[in-house]
Design a protein around this ligand. Structure first.
Ligand code: HGY
Ligand code: MN
Ligand code: MN
Length: 419
């Protein structure tokens, strides 16, 4: 009797080793668990795909890499049969967890492996997708894989640069891809049954409800602003307070306003996650601050209104402090409801594993939100220990992953073969 959850745990531990060499962090970070840093179109990405490919071939799938960097493992169905898409992203945040994304590639692959092991033939084809970049950590864009399949990819994203000045296009070409061919990757929606994404919940709801698994009702919308406040540096001791053009004082007011607006709403989330400061020395007035503002909500109208209010606030605070302001909304994704019929089938598969089939929204965004432009989407959530994610401590248990594989097998075994 194979313990599929334990095998999943071992494989994810192997994948978690594929990570950027741990940067020597100061202080007590040294030697602690650095987590996973696996960014798109890097040697770590290549190594992860090589390992995934070996498991896909072992499971009897044909394997290819498309020009958006998506690894595709295909289990053919009867001639002319439609295809069910499953998968998630291979990339991680910096010092992230071992489950976010990659677990959603591995578990459906292992469900196919288990069904094949049991001699079950499916009346449709299945493709397991490992998308290159969902986190948008290396480039200020993301989701090129699902957007290529959905035909919603914006080629302008290819000019976006990472912090070393390499463009997305160059990085993809160096990875052996031909990104100008991306428009040809668009799928014929009439041949796609839907897309099911399995993902660690990244929050505490399932654990607090005593559930191993849940299904997602909707994925929140998101927007990101890149802000630069530019003033004037000077000697911290000789420059009078009056008339200073201190970029950090203005940034502090803006950060507090992000927090104030988000706290005034039940569903809005506002975060200033990244900040750089120049010259950044103890005895000089800060000249420039670059920071990011991220807003999320299941309600697109509320989110957009908050974004506009913050643009106006930033303009006022920059004027007040005699600063130049650059503020660009560099990214946005609309909120996306999951397909009710597909989600109902996923919920009954979850119930077949002895769970309630709890329904919950996702505050995190996922590849599924872009796949919704192609086909019906549904998401299976797996319990997340203490709701911790985007951190080395992120954890899903072998037992819960085994339950997820069982639920996916049940879903596949009972899913209708035509649209
Ligand atoms: O930011 C997110 O919600 C996702 O983890 N990229
Ligand atoms: Mn993530
Ligand atoms: Mn994710």
């Amino acid at each position: 009797m194979i313990d599929w959850g334990a095998v999943a745990d071992q494989r994810l531990a192997e994948l978690a080793q594929i990570s950027e060499p741990a940067s020597n962090q100061d202080g007590d970070q040294k030697g602690s668990n650095q987590g996973v840093t696996r960014l798109p179109f890097t040697r770590e990405h290549r190594a992860a795909l090589t390992l995934l490919e070996s498991w896909m071939l072992k499971a009897g799938l044909s394997v290819r890499l498309d020009d958006a960097g998506t690894l595709i493992g295909r289990q053919a169905g009867p001639r002319g049969a439609a295809t069910l898409l499953m998968g998630s992203h291979q990339d991680s945040v910096r010092n992230g967890g071992a489950y976010d994304g990659i677990m959603g590639v591995l578990l459906p692959l292992m469900a196919l492996e288990k069904l094949a092991h049991e001699g079950v033939k499916l009346p449709f084809a299945v493709e397991i997708l490992a998308f290159a970049d969902e986190e948008g950590v290396r480039f200020p864009t993301a989701l090129m894989g699902p957007r290529a399949l959905a035909g919603s990819f914006d080629p302008a994203a290819l000019d976006m640069q990472d912090n070393k000045g390499q463009s997305l296009q160059q990085a993809m070409q160096e990875f052996g891809l031909n990104p100008v061919a991306i428009p040809s990757l668009r799928r014929d929606a009439s041949q796609i049954l839907g897309y099911v994404e399995t993902h660690i919940e990244q929050g505490p709801v399932l654990e607090q409800s005593g559930q191993a698994l849940g299904v997602v009702t909707a994925i929140c919308g998101i927007e990101r602003h890149q802000v630069s406040l530019i003033g004037q540096t000077g000697h911290a001791g000789t420059l009078p307070m009056k008339g200073r053009r201190d970029a950090l004082v203005a940034a502090a007011a803006l950060i507090s306003e992000v927090n104030r607006i988000a706290c005034a709403s039940d569903e809005l989330r506002g975060t200033v996650g990244a900040l750089q400061l120049w010259p950044g020395v103890v005895n000089a007035v800060p000249q420039q601050v670059n920071l990011t503002i991220e807003l999320r909500s299941p309600d697109d109208g509320e989110r957009e209104q908050a974004g506009q209010a913050l643009q106006a606030f930033a303009g006022r605070i920059a004027e007040q402090h005699g600063l130049n302001l650059k503020m660009v909304r560099s990214y946005q994704q609309a909120a996306q409801a999951c397909d009710t019929a597909m989600t109902a089938k996923l919920a009954s598969a979850v119930q077949a594993t002895g769970n309630q089939g709890l329904r919950l929204p996702s505050g995190a965004t996922h590849d599924a939100s872009a796949m919704a432009d192609l086909c019906p989407i549904a998401m299976l959530f797996v319990r997340c220990k203490e709701g911790v994610s985007h951190a080395p401590e992120e954890e899903a248990s072998p037992a819960d992953m085994g339950a997820a594989i069982d639920a996916l097998c049940h879903f596949l075994h009972h899913y209708p073969s035509q649209l």
